[in-house]
Design a protein around this ligand. Sequence first.
Ligand code: BEZ
Ligand code: FE
Length: 621
Amino acid sequence: MKSFEHTTHASRVIFGAGTLSRLRDEVERLGGSRVLLLGGRADRAAEVLGALAVARFAEVAMHTPVEVTERVLELVREHGVDCLVSVGGGSSTNLGKALVARTGLPHLAVPTTYAGSEMTPVLGETAEGAKTTRRDPALQPRTVLYDVELTVGLPVGVSVVSGFNAMAHAVEALYSPQADPAVDAYAVDAITRFARALPLIAERPDDLDARADALTGAWLAGICLGSVEMGLHHKLCHVLGGSFGLPHAETHTVVLPHVMAFNAVAAPEAMRKIAAALGAPDAPAAVFDLAARLGAPTSLAALGDFSLSEAAALATAKPYPNPRPVTADDVLPLLGEAWRGDRPAGRPDLRRLADQVVATLGPAPNARVAELVGDLVRRLHGFVVDNDLTEDEWKAGIDFLTRTGQITTPVRQEFVLLSDVLGVSSAVDVLTNSRSPETTPSAVLGPFYVEGPPSVPSGSDLAAGLPGVPLRADVRIVDLDGQPVADAVVDVWQSNQDGFYDVQLPDLEGPVLRARLRSDDDGRLWFHTILPSAYPIPDDGPVGQLLRATGRHPYRAPHLHFMISAPGYRRLITQLFVAGGDYLDSDAVFGVKDELIVDFPGDSHRTLDFTFRIAPDRTTS
Ligand code: BEZ
Ligand code: FE
């Protein structure tokens, strides 16, 4: 379970095409009548505001220098301003926040890029070459008006780097220690949208749907930025922008894949989600490749001059949350790589490699086989990259699979057992058999079923005198309407009181604790046996080693196996678990389902009374 704290920062958000026409109403809603308009491209906003716009300031500067803020404050005082409207990218929004910090005036933001600052309570300012940030809920714009039409004219180059800036918020949110399910969902959705929208925008900058996708992504990434503290990437970009004057969004674009590559080993789950959102096996490489493909800058050298070691020292001077501990010595090579514009080191172009492998699969005679193998190849490549798999680890894996194969025989199905303990058998079982909630749930077959068990009449004793707590089992088979299913073939098998199946005890004469019975006209059958016990699955092979290596026990909760077949019905393979038995919560093969935990009442003699509901076989009707 993950505990979390989530604060939803209150702001009114209006999203759509042409929403700028509502600006005047929204200003009045905030009680504004004397507006200072901030931003160089605010002519349309000025038109809509008419007489409400009493002053304008167009020369917004990047990184929000306090000298500029002081100058604008004069305007606020001079014109008796009672409301601030910022139109533009992060710098305009930030100037609005800087003024809010000094005046407390209401602020309405009209973002025209994907910077996301409008959704945060964070203000970044620069004074004497140093960037400082502060966080205060009062700093978040009261209203945010997103007008997709305003972003259509955003040049492709700016759109792309601004999109990477937004993706950086989502990426760092996903591996933030403060992340929560809402932030995760926003972040993945934002990355998915940008991965989809940016290539479309690069091709057709006036594609309104792609623009809407990107602006929605910007809003969601902005929420991420406002909800959790950012890590190394944002710190580095603040330093490079605030102290060395590098351009904000371009710097984000160049630095992001390198920080992701650095953090990947410490945040494999986040990287998996990002890679999936980008549709690629390796998240850092995919971010780098996307930037390169869209013609965005990939090298810091192209953005400005600065001292790498000074930047590394500044970026690590104070602690902040980051999935991988970071020192100036770590940052230096990372910055060098970003300076040169190299593909992130250790992230070979595995996207192309996986693509090459998948390309060899077609045209396949069986499309489904090609699809499954292709997806498996991509996931395996992703596994190798995300976990930085070493050659020794890979060899250990191959050796494990080799030994699993070597021990496997028709009666020792080690691969099935492996699938069982990894929960894969149960996953396939759930997908295959649990689509109809009205039937008795199924459970895994297990390795101890033997074809053609001895047929016996109802009332037989399956235990043949074996020691154990006597059990009388009464079973009924009905259809989905509760009508009896007559002449159903019911195979039953179970372990003895020491937890062994007959096939595991070579000295035993003939089959015991297994039988085939048939239901009567009322769908009923009954038999005597003994109470099943918990038992360890075979753990003297590679699967047992795997369980020990991962600190797991090999035990199954006590259960009786059933296989029920009747003409015209879907075969049901399931198990009934003894309520109160051991390991119900930690069954080694994940076979326990709540509906299959059943009371076996009694003391020295126990009973079982259970009705199985089976479904018609739609494939035969
Ligand atoms: C069983 O219940 O017989 C079983 C199922 C999966 C693995 C091992 C044993
Ligand atoms: Fe079993």
